[in-house]
Design a protein. Structure first.
Lengths: 448, 422
């Protein structure tokens, strides 16, 4: 049965507490910071999509120059606070740490990165200033990581920025699409406020491109436009029973957890989660943490091909989630309009497909999972109709750009709406790149 | 198993480790616990002129997460009543007759005071006397401590007074706050001192509090120059020890080595450079008497590995290898080599060589790991890369002589050989 309010307030609080607690004392942070070798042309920095100078910010922790440390992080990645909580660091900076080559624990870079950035955000350190106004105006679509990063970079250069956001809060997927035990809604709000505190950035909430704002109108009103509206639509399974009561998509499930109180989010007794990406893990672990008795992740390939990291998989396992490899959903079975089971085809791996991963092939055998809830996390789709209507050159909905330029002069893009869905840190870098391209464009096209 | 038995001027101890004259040797309860822990001897905290101490007294230098790399104090000599000290010394000797009991002295600056103090101390049954000519603060203003040690003629005079009264071995402790420890060492030996010990603490300011702007340690909003000791001073102590071990006059007497001794490795180094006994203070003040266990066990194991049966097998063994620069062999040349199997691609060797002068390391860019290799023709064999490499034995210095023969600078000049052209 699907129902709300399965746990006590204490249980909710415990289940959704911070999974990676910060260093609580200066001593603790220093002990770890002092392990850092201060590598030259450091592999950690080279493995960060935003190129944060990791050895420098860690060294600044050791010298008690926390403002300098926060500035080092945030000047490369204005969402360095949030990224320290949500980045898959085991495949980025920490995965490249040279200590791995010594068979030693890598430096806890993410945890160290939290130390100065959380202080900067909590204490509202004014680390950045704006250059004098240029009189130029830029519209940014989407207050997610790409849009905010772009807006901040532009505002620092003296541009007046207006951000249009379809939700009622900023932060994008950081705010709406990530497990609550990784980053709290309150932190997301504080981080957005910190970014906006620079000045020169106005946000219009509840404004959605194609619904109550139009691209051609923005082109008239602004000197340039940056598109950072992400991806949104959950990929459909196209199998029978997908419309039964009890089938939900992971994006809206996670959105509800972020937007409502935990007891108000309904969850089944036995839940199947389809997919093995970060979103699937976030949905599965949170279903367990909301009180589901059994949660099974269903994936049509094997661990070799899974998109999530080992660390993420470990969280799911530690939360008691079951995993069904090589199983593809074939039909959602229902009774009186409600989900009762998930019928899966048993797969085997065939030849590699276009992504280089071996493609699953149906063996003809099936198995049935008794469930009362199915969460679909088989990926998100770009807003294909929206970009087609706006005459943006695209690849199956993903906007095609060259150095952040779209096919329309003065219109730029970056983040998930261009790359189809990557990490927050990739979106932040795309925002920076977009800002650089816009500044170049404004310089080359002086508008009287 | 090798023997650590030590004989210093007839003062015997089961190992060479004595506690230096300092707070850990200021009273019976400390000394008895030190002896129970296994310390070979003590130099009782300096007796003599009456003093009063201040608060606070210590400060330290931390480095890269390690606390107390260097330690600084402004404490004075014993501030306890003389008679109490003397009766406790007597008691400690009675309870631990096999341990060395040396008493540090700093009498008021006249012959009668020294004679009187020596008589009283000898009456306890102590095995030796150490003259504190080194205390760098508090006592110097009264013409005592370092004020004596810094002037060879005053030191000579005081030692002469002492030798008129002393019947047990006399060790003169030297101050490092001089351009050379040798002149005062010579004066003391020529005046009859049977032994020398060094170094006392080095005058220092360990740092300034960046909130109060008052240097450390803070005594009611002021500070004063203190005496620096601990691991940071070991290299300076070893150099001064060597100059005493090499001078023809001071080399005649046995040396008690002091200055930052923390591990058995430090101890072995002091012995190799000429010390017969060793004195430890800071390491005990920071970690307790228990460190004596590894000091003895480590030294013992090392001696076994090297085939030494007794300390005298290697005391002073390294002294002749420290020579003048102009006697070094210019034809000796080493070149660094990086083991690609061990390299972790941290780049520390590269940037040190690049900005530290020689540009002798090649960087081949990689993602995310660069590859580093030595440009042998540019390598001057300085050791810098090897010193900063975080991986054991990753960088080795390989001998590649410039020429077969030994060639020093004097001969190089005599032959008119060419200098570098870059």
């Amino acid at each position: 049965m699907i129902r709300e309010n399965r746990l006590t307030p204490d249980e909710y609080a415990q289940n959704f507490s911070d999974i990676h607690p910060p260093f609580e004392t200066r001593d603790a942070a220093l002990t770890e910071a002092n392990r850092c070798l201060f590598c030259y042309d450091a592999p950690c920095t080279k493995s960060c999509p935003t190129g944060i100078n990791v050895p420098k910010f860690i060294q600044q922790i050791t010298t008690d120059n926390l403002k300098g440390s926060a500035h080092t992080i945030l000047q490369s990645n204005i969402m360095g606070g949030g990224c320290s909580k949500v980045c898959p660091v085991e495949k980025l900076c920490e995965g490249a740490c040279v200590y791995n080559l010594m068979e030693e624990q890598p430096i806890a870079i993410a945890r160290l990165q939290r130390y100065p950035t959380e202080k900067a955000i909590a204490e509202k350190w004014p680390l950045f200033t704006r250059k004098p106004s240029t009189g130029k105006k830029v519209a940014v679509i989407g207050a997610g990581p790409a849009g905010l990063s772009c807006a901040h970079a532009l505002s620092r250069e003296g541009i007046e920025v207006t951000v249009y956001e379809k939700e009622s809060k900023g932060g994008g997927l950081m705010t709406y699409g990530i497990a609550a035990y990784k980053v709290t809604p309150q932190f997301c709000q504080d981080e957005v406020d910190y970014i906006l505190a620079l000045g020169g950035i106005g946000i219009r909430y509840d404004c959605e491109l194609g619904r109550n704002i139009r691209l051609d109108r923005l082109q008239q009103d602004y000197d340039a436009v940056f598109l950072g509206f992400g991806v949104g639509l959950a990929r459909q399974l196209h199998i029978p029973g997908e419309d039964l009561e009890g089938v939900v998509d992971a994006i809206s499930f996670i959105y509800d957890i972020r937007a409502k109180s935990y007891p108000a989010v309904a969850v089944g007794d036995k839940v199947a989660v389809i997919g093995m990406g970060m979103t699937a893990i976030d949905a599965a672990t949170q279903a367990r943490r909301l009180g589901a008795r059994e949660v099974t992740l269903v994936y049509r390939r094997t661990q070799e091909e899974m998109p999530c990291t080992e660390a993420e998989l470990d969280i799911a396992k530690l939360d008691g989630c079951g995993i069904l490899w090589l199983a593809a959903p074939k039909e959602v079975v229902g009774d009186q309009g409600k989900v009762t089971a998930l019928l899966c085809s048993i797969m085997q791996l065939g030849a590699p497909d276009g992504s280089g991963r071996r493609y699953p092939v149906d063996t003809g055998d099936t198995l049935t999972l008794e469930v009362d809830m199915v969460i679909k996390a088989a990926g998100q789709m770009p807003f294909e109709e929206l970009v087609n209507r706006a005459s943006l050159t695209n690849d199956r909905g993903r906007i095609v750009t060259t150095d952040s330029n779209t096919n329309i002069p003065g219109v730029f893009g970056g983040g998930d709406c261009v790359n189809g869905g990557k990490e927050v840190v990739d979106a932040v870098q795309a925002g920076k790149d977009g800002a650089a391209a816009i500044l170049q464009y404004l310089q080359n096209n002086p508008i009287p | 198993m090798a023997s650590l038995q030590t004989d210093y001027l007839g003062i015997r101890s089961p190992n060479p480790f004595w506690l230096a004259s300092a707070p850990p040797t200021d009273k019976k309860i400390n000394v008895l616990r030190a002896f129970e822990a296994g310390w070979g001897g003590v130099v009782w905290k300096t007796l003599g002129s009456q003093v009063k101490n201040v608060s606070s007294r210590y400060s330290a230098v931390d480095y890269h997460g390690s606390r107390v790399m260097g330690f600084n104090n402004i404490e004075l000599i014993s501030d306890r009543p003389l008679d109490l000290n003397l009766s406790e010394i007597r008691e400690c000797i009675r309870l631990f007759p096999d341990r060395a009991m040396v008493v540090s002295l700093m009498a008021d600056n006249d012959r009668a005071s020294w004679h009187d103090l020596i008589r009283k101390v000898e009456d306890t049954g102590a095995h030796g006397l150490e003259l504190n000519f080194g205390c760098p603060h508090g006592m110097t203003e009264r013409g005592m401590g370092a004020a004596v040690g810094q002037d060879p003629e005053i030191a000579r005079l005081v030692v002469e007074w002492v030798m008129e009264a002393a019947t047990i071995p006399v060790i003169t402790k030297l101050t490092p706050n001089v351009h050379s420890v040798v002149p005062t060492g010579r004066a003391a030996v020529e005046a009859g001192s049977q032994g020398l010990s060094l170094i006392n603490t080095i005058q220092s300011v360990t740092g300034v509090d960046l909130d109060t702007f008052v240097p450390n340690p803070n005594v009611g909003g002021q500070s004063t120059f203190g005496g620096y000791c601990g691991p940071a001073v070991k290299p300076i102590a070893l150099k001064m020890l060597t100059t005493i071990a090499q001078d023809p006059v001071t080399a005649r007497v046995p040396i008690s080595g002091i200055g930052g001794i923390t591990t058995w490795k430090d101890a072995a180094e002091f012995l190799l450079l000429g010390a017969t006994s060793l004195q430890v203070c800071t390491a005990v003040m920071t970690h307790g008497f228990r460190i004596i266990e590894d000091l003895c066990e480590g030294l013992n194991n090392w001696m076994d590995e090297k085939g030494f049966q007794r300390l005298t097998d290697f005391i002073g063994r390294s002294v002749p290898t420290l020579t003048h620069w102009e006697d070094l062999d210019i034809n000796y040349h080493v070149v660094a080599g990086i083991d690609p199997q061990k390299c972790i691609h941290c780049g520390l060797c590269y940037i040190a060589c690049e900005d530290g002068s020689h540009q002798a390391i090649r960087l081949d860019p990689g993602m995310p790991y660069n590859t580093y290799s030595i440009k042998e023709e540019e390598c001057v064999g300085c050791n810098l890369c090897k010193l900063i490499c975080p991986v054991d034995s990753c960088i080795t210095m390989v001998e590649k002589r410039h020429g077969a023969e030994y060639l020093n600078w004097k001969e190089f000049q005599r032959r008119g050989l060419p200098l570098n052209d870059h």
